[in-house]
Structure formats: C-alpha cells, structure tokens
Design a protein around this ligand. Structure first.
Ligand code: C2O
Ligand code: CU
Length: 467
C-alpha cells in the first residue's frame, strides 16, 4: 500500500508512487507484473491525521480541515491487498472515514452512529479490510458537512494484472470550494459569494443549490493549475473523480478526445467521447492519446448549470517555453459528445440470476425526500442476504441527485441490458428515471443517499438493512 505525502516518517518507504510524482505504469506486458511484487503490496499501513490546516489557494492562505495535503494523500493498493489506515482525530469535532465505492465489511464503512461510534477528538480508529476489487475510489469524512472541507483523498486499487496499456497516469480530483473563504471575499471571479447568491441559479440543470467561489482541480485553483506532463505519442490514463459537495462537472481537454474505460472504477467497453459529465461521487477513467505535436492544452472543468470554472494544463515535454492557455480559455470539446449511461456497456456485468428481482423498491425523489421520507425519520429498506434487489428512482424534484449506495456495486439498467456497473448514479431533474440492480451479498446497514451533501444533511438518506 502506498500513500502520497505527507505521511509519518515511519511510512516513508511507502511513498513515491503517487500520481503527483508522475506515477507511471509502462504499457503492455511490463504492466503485467507477477503477483505480490512491487512496493504497493508492502504490508503495513498508513496513518491519516484529520486536523485543522491551511491551504494556499493561488496566494491566499485559507484555513480548513484536512489530512495534511489537499487532496489528502493518495492511497494505492493492489487488488487483494489489505487496507490498513489508522485515523487520528486532531479536529475539535468527531470524525470518521468512508471508503467511497469500496465494499468493506459493514463495521469499516465509516458511518457514525450506524456502522461505528464516531472517532472523538484526540482518539484513533484503525480501518482494516481487504480490497479485492480494482478501481478508482475515494475516501472522505462522513460526519456532517466535513466533506465540504479538505477531508478527502483518492484511493486507487490496481488490478493484479493490468489489461490497459498506457504510459502515464494521473488522478484528477474535482472539487467545489468555499471553506475558509469568508475572510477572503472577492477571491475567484465566478459564481459570486454573497448571501444573496446562495441559491440555485439554474435549478433546471443544477446539481446543487449553493454558490461556491472556487472550483479546484487536485486542490488548485485555476490561477495556479496543476500541470499534467506528457510526451508526443504517449497514452495517458486519467482517473477523474468528483468529490465536490454540491457541484456537477463537465470535463474536457482541448485538442484531445477521451476514451472512457471505467466508470466508478468498474470496466466498460471503451467509448470515445469529447467530454465527461460527473455528478458528485462519480468517477470516470479515460485514456487520452497525446497526438498533438506539443504545446500546453487546457483541461477544462465547468460547473453544470451555473457559473464556475476550474482547470489543469496538459503540457507536452519540450514545450516548457510555450505559455499556458489563458485561465478562462474554454475547450470547445465541452460542447461535444458527452458520455451517457446508455452508451456504456459493462465489461463485467453482475451475475444476476434469471427471472425477476426478489425485491423492488420504487422510490420517488421529491424535494430532498426519498420515497416520501426524510432521514432519520425514515424506514429502513429491508433486504435479505443473497437476494437480487432492484431500486428504481423517479426524480420529480427540480434538482439533479447523484445517488450513492454504500457497500455494493450496482448495475444500471439501460436498453442494452448490459448497463454500467457503478456505485453512484445521477438522476436527472424533473422526471429523470434511473433503475439499478444489485446483489445483496454484504450484510449490514448501508446508507443509500444523495451525494449532494447539502441534500444529505437535509435528510436525503435511507438505510438498506439486511434482515
Ligand atoms: Cu461518498 Cu455516504 O458517501
Ligand atoms: Cu440530491
């Protein structure tokens, strides 16, 4: 297991394989390493300390809470490894960590009051479980609105044998930001920040309802963008992750197309598009061919349904002299072909039995209620171990809702019958319908909630409970 900096000195031997440091898997056969080889399988663990910290956002020192860096250290394991993370709490508040997209035993899921006692200030808790499934995941605090601060990071589980051929990879984490900025009015041009702006400017398409002054890519504002290096002819793998509390994103790279290979970490038949749309909690892995002769290209991140802009820069080696794109330069690809669920075909569909699901929940999403109920005054959704369960959601509200199920991978039902396997799925506003199937194979109490954390705080949560 590896983690990006900073980490305790005793863990130094695990450092160095983070995307920020240019982590590269060489294409083809050299990526097919024998099992149990390489530093990423080193047993042991990582310590994450949640604490107040300051981040530098283009020259402004902003107070926040985090795990030492923004995003937190990247955790990397290989399929079948054991994740072992000791969480130390130096916050003035309870905290926990949830492993978004993983399916750990229930007591490791990090939901305070449901799967564990919250970790009180000054206390520690060790998360430890096996990670059999490869993919692009995230970790984040799961107490109140803590996720809206810097308490999040990427978690990558590499397969034992990599099928994709690529030269370099980068994790690209997208976030909306307003924490600690009250004392910094005027920072960031887009979106506004006053109380009167604190409403939804485009409720027909918006994922959220609040105004955020900054959009960050890997913790960096557009004036100080992260640089993704490449060489002509290289194939890049990007793991694009939306950890925002309130913002859906559109993502594209000027002069380049995106070949989607995974959604929420799970493999799909490759499909080439111009742009991604990611609800909060969703991830896409894409391959990018570095076909340009050189230069520096805008990696553009646009908020869905409202103002707001973030970016990174894709820079070809040998192009150090060419100036980066202007901050606001918008790739035309953002208006091109968007990835859509019906276009995605699962490469590893769930092993659903024949016939019909044993249980079907048909739930209206109205306001911030699920099936007419608002957590904690909400009935659990019972399931029995081994069952095939279907959940259908009808969104009659004016907001998009990215709905996330803990502890399971589900398969989205699309006309092909082989829809993508995911853990978070966005249900469009005003009449959107999404239906998914899952196998109840992981006993416990599992949250099913909107990953707009404001909606979640407003009670847009149910519990899938094994009997
Ligand atoms: Cu990523 Cu309950 O959430
Ligand atoms: Cu919602």
């Amino acid at each position: 297991m590896t983690g990006g900096p900073p980490a305790p000195a005793t863990r130094r031997q695990f450092l160095g394989l983070t995307a920020a440091a240019g982590f590269a898997l060489v294409a083809g056969c050299s990526a097919r390493q024998p099992t149990a080889a390489g530093p990423s399988t080193t047993p042991g663990g990582l310590r994450l300390t949640a604490a107040p910290m300051r981040v530098d956002l283009a020259g402004s020192e902003i107070p926040t809470w985090g795990y030492g860096t923004l995003p937190g250290p990247e955790i990397r394991l290989r399929a079948g490894d054991r994740l072992r993370v000791e969480l130390g709490n130096e916050l003035p508040d309870d905290t926990t960590i949830h492993w978004h997209g993983l399916a750990p035993p229930n007591r490791m899921d990090g939901v305070p009051g449901l799967t564990q006692d919250p970790v009180a200030p000054g206390e520690r808790f060790t998360y430890e479980f096996e990670t059999p499934t490869a993919g692009s995941f995230m970790y984040h605090a799961h107490v109140g609105m803590q996720l809206d601060r810097g308490l999040y990071g990427p978690l990558v589980v590499e397969p034992r044998s990599e099928e994709l051929a690529y030269d370099r990879e980068y994790t690209v984490m997208l976030d909306d930001w307003r924490d600690g900025m009250d004392a910094h009015g005027g920072h960031g041009a887009d979106g506004g920040h006053g109380a009167e702006d604190d409403r939804d400017p485009g409720d027909s398409v918006s994922f959220g309802g609040r105004s955020y002054p900054l959009l960050l890519v890997n913790g960096r504002p557009p004036e100080d963008p992260p640089v993704l290096g490449t060489r002509r002819g290289d194939r890049l793998r990007l793991r694009v992750m939306n950890i925002a509390a309130d913002t859906g994103f559109r993502f594209a790279i000027a002069g380049h197309r995106l070949t989607v290979t995974h959604t929420d970490g799970m493999p799909v038949e490759p499909v080439t598009v111009d742009a991604l749309r990611l609800g909060m909690g969703e991830r896409y892995d894409v391959l990018v061919e570095s076909t340009q002769p050189g230069g520096a290209w805008q990696v553009g991140v646009q908020a869905e349904g409202r103002g707001g802009w973030g970016r990174a820069v894709l820079r070809y080696s040998g192009s150090e002299a060419s100036s980066p794109p202007a901050v606001a330069q918008r790739p035309g690809e953002l208006d091109g072909r968007l990835v859509a669920y019906p276009d995605l075909l699962a490469r590893e569909p769930l092993a659903l039995p024949s016939g019909e699901p044993a249980r079907h929940y048909d739930l209206e999403l109205s306001g911030t209620e699920i099936g007419g109920q608002s957590y904690p005054d909400a009935d659990p959704l019972p399931v029995a171990e081994g069952e095939w369960v279907r959940i259908t959601m009808r969104n009659t509200s004016a907001k998009w809702h990215p709905m996330h199920l803990h502890g399971h991978h589900f398969q989205v039902r699309t006309p092909t019958g082989r829809g993508p396997v995911k853990d978070t799925v966005t249900v469009a506003a005003r009449g959107g319908v999404v239906s998914f199937d899952f196998l109840a194979t992981n006993p416990g109490d599992w949250l099913f909630h909107c990953h707009n954390h404001h909606h979640m705080e407003d009670g847009m949560v149910r519990v899938v409970r094994y009997r």
